[in-house]
Design a protein around this ligand. Structure first.
Ligand SMILES: Cc1cc2nc3c(=O)[nH]c(=O)nc-3n(C[C@H](O)[C@H](O)[C@H](O)COP(=O)(O)O)c2cc1C
Length: 251
């Protein structure tokens, strides 16, 4: 049966979802579409209560059989600074950096169109804004290195997953990560998800006292208030139109 009327809000739903439908749509769409990867943050601290609220909301993410496979390490202050310093020391020393490799392949080993084109475009768009010329390896190295100070964000999140979990749980994990980024937007905060940390998972495991035989680093994420004056924060990435990635099959 096709439903012709929108269902009434459910009694147990929080107040926000009982707002008029148009307001709900606008608020949800704005939270999603205003999310961008922010790469320079203000030092303004994020209250612990706010971080906890974001994580509690994000944990409403669905997960197969409600397994909730996420583990979050919330770093700030001296703990964040220590991790950043250790990773940067390794990153800036080519001999040491070569000893650090990712624990899982985030990217394909074989790059093809259209993915390689999109990857190149976002890279050059960012470097272009920053005035980094093609071939300026030192400037590119320095810019990539900004990942390891969480782009100056006051909060650095490190996400881990139990190694017994399979690919399905990584799917669940992505929904949780997106929820964090959207819930942050709802509070005027910004984020940057960061796979850059994966190369240095051994340092992270050591610094955070993780049992690396049981826990795997998924990625990092910067959380804080965007620096409105930063040129890199003006980057707006493209998206393919719906017709390029969806087909409607009804016959
Ligand atoms: C799981 C994940 C890991 C990412 N890792 C990094 C990273 O290490 N450093 C970085 O600057 N951006 C990183 N990004 C951001 C992407 O470059 C960005 O999402 C993409 O270019 C689209 O731009 P937008 O997020 O501004 O919409 C990552 C994104 C995702 C989803």
């Amino acid at each position: 049966m096709h439903q012709t009327h929108p269902p009434a809000p459910r009694a147990a739903e929080p107040v926000a979802s009982q707002a008029p439908r148009s307001q709900m749509q606008a608020a949800v769409d704005a939270a999603i579409t205003s999310r961008r990867s922010i790469r320079r943050f203000l030092p303004t601290p994020v209250p612990r209560q706010t971080i906890e609220a974001i994580l509690q909301v994000a944990a409403r993410a669905p997960s197969g059989t409600n397994t909730q496979p996420w583990q979050v390490h919330v770093l700030s202050g001296a703990a964040k600074a220590r991790l950043s310093a250790r990773i940067l020391a390794a990153y800036d020393d080519p001999a040491q950096a070569a000893q650090h490799t990712e624990d899982y392949a985030y990217y394909p080993s074989e790059w093809r169109s259209p993915y390689i084109d999109r990857r190149r475009k976002v890279g050059w768009d960012l470097y272009g804004l920053l005035g980094i010329a093609k071939g300026d390896k030192a400037a590119m190295h320095a810019q990539h290195g900004r990942n390891y100070v969480f782009f100056d964000a006051p909060v650095g999140l490190i996400f881990t997953i139990d190694r017994v979990m399979e690919q399905g749980s990584w799917l669940d994990y992505g929904m949780f990560l997106q929820n964090i980024m959207v819930a942050a937007r709802g509070r005027g905060l910004d984020t940057c998800p960061q796979a850059a940390f994966n190369q240095f998972h051994r340092i992270i495991e050591d610094e955070l006292g993780l049992d690396a035989s049981a826990q795997q680093v998924v990625c990092g994420m910067a959380l804080g208030w965007a620096d409105p004056a930063a040129i890199e924060n003006t980057l707006v990435t493209e998206r393919a139109p719906v017709a390029d990635f969806a087909r409607f099959v009804d016959q």
